[in-house]
Structures are given as structure tokens and as C-alpha cells.
Design a protein around this ligand. Structure first.
Ligand code: 2IP
Ligand code: CA
Length: 389
């Protein structure tokens, strides 16, 4: 199934091009930053354009993967609805058409006749991405058993804010365009277990001379006895080991965690007390997970229910390929209280929350812990066992 992994990476690269184009091409950027002009219609239009970038990225991913793998076409799910209303109140279905010209015409309707912007977007949506062999080898996975979760632009708030001069602390950006990610994850429809994923960071580095951004992507596959990722392949080359990233596996000196600024005071207090300077705060559920994938921190803990299946599926697959995972925080703590600390339920991707509606159906109700090794998960659960979440 190496072709599917390549297709996911290619789709994420195209999505990253669209995300960058919206910030770097004049015709599009002017729409993105158009703020607080007089009148309601304008305010509404700005919101629309932000949504349009999200919806278009999602449709490009669906279109490209569905075209290459028709078996998956009806199993690709995302946050956004494709039905879109423009500033004039017209309902339009945003789609990638057979030709660039047709896509331009469709987008121009959404963009109230702004041809320059429609052309720029359609050009990027139809631009072919060339990719060299990922080196996954052959893996045979039946396509009918797979579902796909897409988060077209995670950390939308940072994307719109567009801070480009944020300074990292221990290589972690608390805010800024670096926190924006595109997330595509594949899971087993029956078991809900994540199998493969790509995390694409469209704004990984800014060239100080040209002021142009370049991106970076990370992928991983965990299926049966196959565990392979872009990180392993690159670390084999530089012989980096997990231990060299993570010198400690128990809270205290050297143990580190990344948290949402929206984390509860009680969790913040316990972790800060135990890890001291090892606590970092960063925007974006995808970016925080990426920090764990990259070994910049030991864990990402979140006790609230405001992350969703599309936020976690792809980094979860990569973490599994590295020997880690993403556990359901509340469930794990419940198991500990029930005297079964060895049971640490992982997040699954096929079960909606009972009696919830809309996006809430796919919320990670019990919060999460993203980790790269079991010992880190155990250590954090032990620490939080006295906290009510
Ligand atoms: C958001 C985004 C936020 C995150 C939130 C996600 O997704 O990743 O940054 O909150 O949980 O649902 P926080 O940064 O506090 O972790 P989106 O940007 O796609 O709405
Ligand atoms: Ca998200």
C-alpha cells in the first residue's frame, strides 16, 4: 500500500501549496487579511474566504485520493461541509472540476467574480505534485477496510493571524504559522485503529531573503508487523535514537510535556510542579502532536473535549509506527482507579459519541495523552491519577 501513502503525501503537499498561496499570492492574501471594513457584507465575506481555503483544501484532498483510489471515495471524512455560501447569499458546492478552467469558473462564483483570486486558487488545486519514492516497500492493505480523516487546516486561528517572526523555545513554537498543519489519517473502519498518516507543516521555515515559506512533511505506517516512518528513515541516516531525544522517562528533571493554553489549572499545576521548565505551551492540536512525534517533548496532554478525530488520526498513526500512541486520558485514569493500570485505552476513530450532534459526534470526549513510549504514558498517568478530569 505504498501507493496510498504516496498519494496521501502528495495530496498534503498540494494542500500545503494552497495554504501557502493564500498567504503569498497578492490576489488571495488581500482577501485573507481584509478585516473590519464597513458593513456586514464585508465582514461575512472575510469569514467566507477563510472557510473557502479550508473547504477547498479538503476537497482537493478528497478529489485526488478518490480519483486514484475509487474504493476510498465514500470513506473520506473531514470537518468542513462542501456547501458554501458567498457574500451574496448564494449556495455553491465547492468542488475540484475536471479542468482548471472549470474550477476557476466555479470558484469565481464563490469569490463574487474575483477572477484573479479564482485563477490563482484553481491553478494550485490542479498543479501536479512530483514525489520521489518514499521507500515504504510493499504493504498489502485491503482498501475497502479503510476510512480517512482529513483536517484541511489545523490551527486556523494561527493561519489567519499569520505571525511569521515567532521565536521558538527549545525548538517549540508557542504560536505563529509554524503551528499550522494539514492532517490526513487512515484508520481501520472496523477496529477504529489508525494505520497511516501524514502531518504536513506548510510553514516550517521562512527564507529571510525571499520571505517565502517552505514546508515539511512527516509520515508513518503501522500495520500488522510493519512499522515504518519518515522519521525512522531519516534518523537511520543520522543515527539518532529516541533516548538521545528523551533522556528521562519519569517526571522530574528532563521530563517534558506540551500543553494547550486552554488546559485546566489543576493539570497545569500538577505537571508544572513535576516537570518544572519542561512544560511548554503551543497552539494547534496537530502541531502539539508533531512535537511528540519529533521527540521535542515526551508527551502532549489535553484533558478537555475540544479535539476531534480529524485532529488526531494522522499523528496517532505516526506515533504508533514509532512505538508510541495516543491514549484516552479519562478512560486510562478510570482504569487506574478500578485497579487495572495495565489497561490504557487508545483513541479510536470509528465510533461517534452517543447522543451528540454535528462536530461533537467526533470529539475526543475523554481528552488525550500523545506519547512516544509506554513508559512516558505510565509516568504521566501516575502523576495525574489524583486529578479529577
Ligand atoms: C483546533 C486547533 C486548536 C486546538 C483545538 C483544535 O482545530 O488545533 O489550536 O486548540 O483543539 O480543535 P489548542 O490550540 O488550544 O490546542 P482547528 O484550528 O482546525 O479548529
Ligand atoms: Ca483541527
Amino acid at each position: 500500500m505504498s501507493q496510498l501513502m504516496s498519494a496521501l503525501v502528495q495530496a498534503s503537499e498540494k494542500a500545503a501549496n494552497i495554504a501557502r498561496a493564500c498567504r503569498q499570492e497578492e490576489a488571495l492574501f488581500s482577501l485573507l487579511i481584509e478585516e473590519k471594513k464597513e458593513g456586514e457584507k464585508n465582514k461575512k465575506f472575510v469569514t467566507d474566504f477563510k472557510t473557502l481555503a479550508d473547504v477547498l483544501v479538503q476537497e482537493v484532498i478528497k478529489h485526488d485520493i478518490g480519483k486514484q483510489f475509487p474504493e476510498l471515495e465514500n470513506s473520506i471524512f473531514g470537518e468542513e461541509s462542501i456547501e458554501f455560501m458567498n457574500g451574496l447569499g448564494e449556495k455553491i458546492q465547492v468542488q475540484v472540476c475536471e479542468t482548471e478552467h472549470k474550477t476557476t469558473m466555479l470558484l469565481s462564483k464563490v469569490l463574487d467574480g474575483n477572477m484573479a483570486a479564482a485563477e490563482a486558487l484553481a491553478r494550485t488545486a490542479h498543479w501536479d505534485i512530483l514525489l520521489s519514492d518514499l521507500g515504504t516497500g510493499d504493504i498489502d492493505i485491503p482498501l475497502e477496510s479503510l476510512g480517512v480523516w482529513v483536517d484541511p487546516i489545523d490551527s486556523t486561528f494561527q493561519y489567519i493571524k499569520g505571525i511569521s517572526n515567532s521565536k521558538p523555545d527549545d525548538n517549540i513554537y508557542s504560536q505563529g504559522l509554524q503551528c499550522v498543519t494539514i492532517l490526513i489519517g487512515v484508520y481501520n473502519l472496523q477496529s477504529g485503529v489508525p494505520i497511516m498518516g501524514v502531518v504536513n507543516q506548510p510553514f516550517a521555515a521562512l527564507d529571510p531573503k525571499t520571505q517565502r515559506w517552505s514546508g515539511q512533511y512527516y509520515w508513518g505506517i503501522s500495520y500488522g508487523s510493519t512499522n515504518i516512518s519518515s522519521l525512522q528513515l531519516s534518523s537511520e541516516a543520522s543515527s539518532t535514537t529516541e533516548e538521545s531525544h528523551n533522556p528521562s522517562s519519569s517526571p522530574g528533571k528532563g521530563f517534558s510535556a506540551v500543553l494547550s493554553t486552554g488546559e485546566t489549572e489543576s493539570i497545569k499545576a500538577v505537571l508544572q510542579e513535576a516537570c518544572g521548565g519542561g512544560i511548554h505551551y503551543a497552539a494547534g492540536a496537530g502541531y502539539k502532536s508533531l512535537c511528540v512525534v519529533l521527540g521535542l517533548v515526551n508527551v502532549y496532554v489535553f484533558s478537555e473535549d475540544t479535539t476531534f478525530k480529524w485532529d488526531c488520526c494522522s499523528p496517532h498513526a505516526i506515533l504508533r509506527s514509532l512505538g508510541g500512541g495516543m491514549a484516552d486520558l479519562k478512560e486510562c485514569l478510570r482504569m487506574r482507579r478500578d485497579g487495572k493500570p495495565e489497561e490504557r485505552p487508545e483513541l479510536v476513530y470509528n465510533l461517534p459519541v452517543q447522543e451528540a450532534s454535528g462536530s461533537d459526534k467526533w470529539a475526543n470526549k475523554g481528552g488525550l495523552v500523545a506519547y512516544r513510549s509506554q513508559s512516558h504514558l505510565d509516568a504521566v498517568l501516575k502523576l495525574l491519577s489524583g486529578v479529577t478530569v
